[in-house]
Ligand binder design. Structure first.
Ligand code: SF4
Ligand code: SF4
Length: 310
């Protein structure tokens, strides 16, 4: 006979599984809006974990499945739904902490844009980072100055060799080539420099490219060019990027586009995803959802802002 504790555990697992199945049947780009109150109404959460929790679990499973394949058979993509972004900057902070970014280095930015005239005004936020372009002009520009400084990995990520992508001139060449202002020069400064109590977290090593980097004392990545790498070290450890797991609004999705069962593949099948500055032909691996005219117009406004060099 099933004991009470076993019964409760089984019943709990079945409830979660039923909730997960229901959540996966829903539109994945709007599921995260439940439980919050965009119109001021409190909506019930349909599952014990909440829809975003289930999306995160699914992306985690997608990642584990992808990691079992040879590296050249997976292609990472990021999908962003700007309509869900509240501009809280949690992803920016999480990214800076994850990668031990000093002043002036911001792999992830969330520029904002106001539109319209009073009383018909609105504001949108557009999370952005390196697009991991399939034809990346930054790689050519950097390697022309310092061979091997940057390279395109078979899984789509554009990576940096911190020991070669060094010096302002080398970094500036790549910065000029990038249409998305995604590259930063790390000048080695600390946030708490000159304060009475420099904080030890600033001297902590980062784990980028699965190595331990100490940027204090002029060591790389201090003196190097830096940018988003989709949290490659986390992917290698079976974890989704920090910005994706931190965002409570469910704005950003991540996964393997070669896997038809992944959440990102499902979203890109069901919705229109556009690439910014597609005319530059760099083939970005970040897609922005633009299903309706409002979303498309908003994105065009953001694009104008980005062309201005934000
Ligand atoms: S967004 Fe810029 S830095 Fe990133 S791969 Fe494309 S050209 Fe290079
Ligand atoms: S954490 Fe999410 S909601 Fe907040 S700024 Fe980043 S993408 Fe937008």
């Amino acid at each position: 006979m099933m004991k009470r504790r076993q019964f409760l555990a089984t019943a709990g697992a079945l409830t979660v599984a039923a909730g997960a199945a229901a959540a996966l049947d829903r539109d994945p780009t709007t599921a995260g809006m439940e439980g919050t109150s965009r119109a001021g109404t409190l909506l019930p959460s349909r599952t014990p974990m909440g829809p975003r929790g289930l999306e995160l679990l699914r992306m985690q499973e997608d990642l584990r499945r992808a990691l079992k394949k040879p590296v050249e058979q997976r292609k990472w993509v990021m999908v962003v739904n700007t309509k869900k972004c509240s501009g809280c900057f949690a992803c920016v902070v999480a990214c800076m902490a994850e990668n031990v970014a000093g002043p002036g280095v911001t792999y992830r930015t969330v520029p904002e844009q106001e539109m319209g005239d009073y009383p018909n005004v609105s504001r949108i936020f557009m999370p952005t980072n390196c697009m991991q372009c399939d034809d990346p002009p930054c790689v050519k520009a950097a390697n022309a100055k310092s061979p091997g400084a940057m390279f395109k990995r078979p899984d789509g990520i554009v990576a940096i060799d911190y020991t070669k992508f060094r010096g302002k001139k080398v970094v500036e060449a790549a910065q000029k080539a990038c249409p998305y202002t995604a590259i930063y020069y790390d000048d080695g400064k600390l946030w708490t420099e000159g304060t009475p109590a420099p904080q030890p977290y600033e001297a902590a090593p980062s784990s980028e490219y699965s190595q331990s980097w100490h940027r204090t004392g002029g060591e790389p990545p201090s003196g190097s060019g830096r940018k988003c790498h989709f949290c490659l070290h986390r992917l290698d450890a079976g974890m989704i990027p920090a910005c994706v797991s931190t965002c409570d609004g469910g704005v950003t999705y991540f996964g393997d586009e070669t896997d038809p069962h992944s959440l990102v593949s499902e979203i890109l099948r069901k919705h229109r995803g556009i690439q910014f500055k597609a005319d530059q032909e760099t083939e970005p691996r970040v897609y922005y959802l633009a299903d309706d005219t409002e979303a498309t117009d908003n994105l065009k406004t953001c694009l104008a802002c980005h062309q201005g060099g934000v």
